[in-house]
Design a binder for this molecule. Structure first.
Ligand SMILES: *Cc1c(COP(=O)(O)O)cnc(C)c1O
Length: 494
């Protein structure tokens, strides 16, 4: 059976169920498995398979303590009628390239791919000693994870969910999506700070053993994470890379074994890391291109070898990528350094203590052979939304537009198809999109949605358009220091 341990030490040996339930390792590291790549997915067999069939195969390769029946049930429930496209993640031509739509789930961002299935995984992870033990999911969000996690966990028996978002730093639609969430087990709270502050505080809460003990005593609950630090979020994202490949095979764009390039709008490095996992599982990936917004810490890292979070934080029109501490990079460094836990521990100590670390030159060279990078400022993002509409009659959101820009900057090899991952529906950011396209953006965000629909000939997702008249349930705001107490109170209500 495949086991998991921390990126920073090899002492743990957890099953995937235990790793999913626990979320993050005690030493602050992320769970990884040394068996990644031992099982290879046969890409020649992908053509003609449904998303659900591919999911069963990919998940089965990494979550080996789940039975086939358990996985089949999770997959069936997670990738059903709640998706507006039967392909789940449809691949569409975009000029000479392709775009993989990841936003057709219930909350209109790619986070749904993982967060529709994570609660279903969790339901199978109760410890044998205490089947009544509850889970409190704790999540910091830069805008999209929060709603997708709420939608996934609302009213799931045995669970509660608490979401912290940075006050004033998410879009109006994103905020309303969260603060109007129904369900008896949900808690939503704004935090005075940015996403990095909130994410760091959440990581500290996971490391607070006294708080954990009080919550265990008072509520018989454990804390877990729905951020992409949880392996249960990462692994489902591997599936759509294989699905993209299957769709390219079906379109006869490639033959089995041909290489493909992916360009990925990136923040916490979860989405693109899933592409790296796909490669390790046998997907012929030539390059993975990291596309950042103006918070270009990853671009600087990949070009210089120094990761430095001591820099100004920019609040941009792509809020879900406004991140300076890119958590999942740690997993990539682990694998790329040939599983050197001591190196990872040293680098992460440097990051905590000094706000920066530098990787050895050979390691950087190795990383750069696979990972490309680029970034777009806000003017470029706006220009690309317009460019993509003019050239393709296809509206992209500001996050996807970062990727679109970076992809245009890359040299194009006509023999290698390029796939741009589209991470959110433009209807989540209707004002920015309309402004970029020169369409009326003077009214409310809902007026903007209507204008966008009319001009583009598309329809606003019902769940987003309906927010206009939804009741706001949550108005709490806390300081970073107030987060642990908020969590404890939420756990008491479980
Ligand atoms: C979360 C998010 C991203 C960044 O994904 P990571 O896995 O954090 O790199 C990009 N775009 C959108 C719309 C997102 O919600």
């Amino acid at each position: 059976m495949i086991t998991f341990h921390s990126t920073r030490s090899t002492t743990d040996s957890l099953t995937s169920k235990q790793a999913i339930r626990k979320g993050i390792a005690d030493d602050g590291g992320l769970f990884v498995t040394d068996a990644l790549g031992d099982t290879q997915i046969d890409v020649a067999s992908l053509a003609g398979k449904s998303y659900q069939q591919i999911a069963q195969e990919v998940l089965g390769a990494l979550l080996t303590d789940f039975t086939d029946d358990e996985l089949a049930q999770c997959v069936r429930d997670a990738y059903g009628e709640q998706w507006s496209d039967p392909a789940i993640t449809p691949l569409k031509p975009l000029g000479d390239d392709y775009i993989l739509e990841l936003f057709n789930g219930p909350t209109s961002a790619f986070k749904d791919v993982a967060l529709q299935i994570l609660p279903r995984f969790m339901a199978h992870t109760a410890p044998t000693g205490d089947p009544n033990e509850k889970i409190m999911i704790l999540t910091a969000t830069s805008g999209d994870t929060g709603k997708a996690a709420l939608a996934g966990f609302a009213d799931v028996p045995g669970t509660g969910i608490t979401v912290f978002y940075p006050e004033g730093k998410v879009s109006q639609v994103q905020q309303l999506q969260m603060t109007t969430q129904a369900g008896s087990n949900v808690n939503v709270c704004a935090v005075r700070g940015n996403f990095d502050d909130a994410q760091s505080a959440v990581k500290r809460i996971f490391g607070d053993h006294e708080l954990a003990k009080r919550i265990d005593d008072q509520a018989n609950a454990v804390l877990s994470s729905a951020n992409s630090i949880n392996v249960g979020r990462l692994v489902p994202q591997v599936v759509y890379y294989f699905s993209a490949y299957a769709q390219l095979l079906e379109r006869q764009v490639i033959n089995a074994g041909d290489e493909v390039e992916f360009c990925v709008p990136t923040g916490n490095f979860g989405d693109i890391l899933a592409g790296y996992y796909a490669k390790m599982l046998g997907l012929p990936v030539k390059h993975l291109v990291v596309a950042s917004d103006k918070n270009n810490v990853l671009f600087d890292f990949l070009t210089s070898g120094t990761y430095n979070r001591k820099r100004p934080f920019f609040q941009t029109i792509s809020p879900s990528m406004d991140i300076l501490i890119s958590s999942n990079l740690e997993r990539m460094l682990y694998y790329m350094s040939d599983k050197d836990t001591r190196l990872i521990q040293m680098l992460m100590n440097d990051l905590n203590q000094w706000g920066a670390y530098e990787v050895p030159a050979e390691l950087l060279t190795k990383i750069r052979q696979l990972f490309g990078c680029g970034w777009a400022d806000e003017d470029q993002v706006r220009a690309m939304i317009a460019d993509c509409w003019q050239k393709n009659h296809y509206v992209i959101d500001p996050h996807t537009a970062c990727g679109y820009y970076v992809m245009q900057q890359m040299p194009r090899d006509p023999l290698t198809p390029r796939v741009l991952l589209s991470t959110a529906s433009p209807y989540k950011f209707p004002r920015v999109v309309n402004e970029a396209l020169g369409w009326d953006a003077s009214g409310s965000d809902f007026d903007c949605m209507d204008v966008l629909a009319e001009h583009s000939g598309t329809t606003a997702p019902k769940a987003l358009r309906g927010l206009e008249h939804a009741d706001v349930r949550f108005t709490d705001v806390v300081d970073i220091d107030g987060m642990p107490a908020y969590v404890e109170q939420a756990a008491d209500r479980l």
